[in-house]
Design a protein around this ligand. Structure first.
Ligand SMILES: O=C(O)CCC(=O)c1ccccc1C(=O)O
Ligand SMILES: [Mg+2]
Length: 369
């Protein structure tokens, strides 16, 4: 592949309703949408999952713009790319900044699949043609509101419900939810809201038969998680703590978790996601694909990755309509009874709607080879 140019668009999309986690509330989604165009005029699409503020991890929309402009794009624009796996090799000397790396790497994977006339999931050696998905539900203002939102999601047929928790909104709300939904597969995501001081408190979560608790402790920790995992029976799943295959190996060897949430952006792209997947498969560690309130382009990448065989737990890739009045792809992503049919068209498998993208675009920068 020889790139002619990369277009970086700043896109802003309104969320249908606010989404609240332990670290804050999202009212809208502001992100970078990348289009890599090769010398034949073929476009590959990628999405940065970095948010405007560094509350989830340290990367932001603006750090991504800086990394792409000054380091990542120049290294791809000046030299042809034989295979997308080369992209993460070329980026290896650059420390971290995984979301920025992943945004352009995803576009190169889409381009590669299109040039080869295959769907992205096949280019990744994915096997499934349908994937099971769950839904991530934000913190609501009242117990009644929280139960109503869950009831709708259960009615929509999602394979499991993930609830956001934080100190003061955990044991009591989960008890109430369990009472109302005794048989629904349920999990909780704390987004690093606790510390080992809360160990006795967190033990109470064992009574709710949760499929897992996601990232209860610090965003950069695997030591305390290992201590907590020994003290509770609920499996711990790591999200924020995992940026690399090495992080994964250390967490698994330490016993810091029993499940891994793979987010393509957090681990630096599809090639690295596959490596973590393969290692977890060898180790018998179940994985699932996390979400970052993505537009359709990011959703399409998540779907393609989830077709790999060790994604045995339902991920967070819900329908486009869960967040958006109108998504930027056609058709939109539809989960029916918690199942998404993997598209078999080339590349990411969905058409981008350029008119809609234009409407949501606040700024555009073009980087020429
Ligand atoms: O529906 C989604 O995209 C997942 C939403 C979600 O849980 C989330 C959203 C924003 C930041 C972090 C997380 C998370 O998985 O921790
Ligand atoms: Mg999480």
């Amino acid at each position: 592949m020889e790139l002619d140019k990369v277009i970086v668009r700043n896109v802003k999309m309104e969320l249908k309703s606010p989404f609240t986690t332990s670290f804050g509330t999202f009212f809208e989604k502001e992100f970078l949408l990348l289009e890599a165009i090769d010398k034949d005029g073929v476009s590959g699409w990628g999405e940065s999952v970095a948010f405007p503020s560094p509350w989830y991890i340290e990367e932001t929309v603006r750090t991504n713009e800086h990394m792409l402009q000054d380091f990542l794009l120049p290294s791809l624009l000046k030299q042809p790319i034989a295979h997308p796996d080369e992209v993460s090799e070329r980026f290896a000397p650059i420390r971290r900044n995984n979301m920025a790396k992943s945004a352009i790497e995803g576009a190169i994977w889409d381009l590669y699949a299109k040039k080869n006339g295959v769907p992205l999931y096949q280019a990744l050696s994915g096997e499934k043609t349908e994937i099971d998905v769950g839904i991530s539900i934000g913190i609501e203002e009242t117990v009644k509101d929280q139960l109503n939102v869950i009831e709708k999601a259960v009615g929509d047929g999602y394979k499991r419900i993930k609830l956001k928790i934080k100190p003061g909104w955990d044991v009591d709300i989960l008890r109430e939810v369990r009472k109302n939904f005794p048989n629904t597969p349920l999990m909780a995501d704390a987004n690093s809201a606790y510390s080992l001081k809360d160990l006795e408190h967190l033990k109470q979560l064992d009574e709710f038969d949760l499929t897992m608790i996601e990232q209860p402790l610090a965003h950069d920790d695997i030591i305390d998680h290992a201590i907590l995992q020994k003290a509770i029976s609920t499996p711990i799943c790591l999200d924020e703590s995992i940026h690399t295959l090495e992080d994964t190996r250390k967490a698994v060897e330490m016993g810091s978790c029993k499940i891994i949430n793979i987010k393509i952006g957090r681990v630096g792209g599809l090639t690295q996601s596959k490596k973590i997947h393969d290692y977890c498969k060898e180790q018998g560690i179940p994985v699932w694909c996390g979400g970052m309130l993505e537009s359709g382009v990011g959703r399409a990448h998540n779907i393609a990755l989830t077709t790999l065989s060790q994604f045995i737990l339902p991920g967070d890739t819900s329908s486009s309509s869960r967040y958006w009045e109108q998504d930027i792809i056609e058709p939109e992503v539809i989960a029916e009874n918690g199942v998404i049919k993997v598209p078999d068209r080339v590349g990411i498998g969905y058409e981008v709607n350029r008119e809609t993208i234009e409407r949501f675009t606040a700024a555009t920068k073009i980087y020429q080879a």
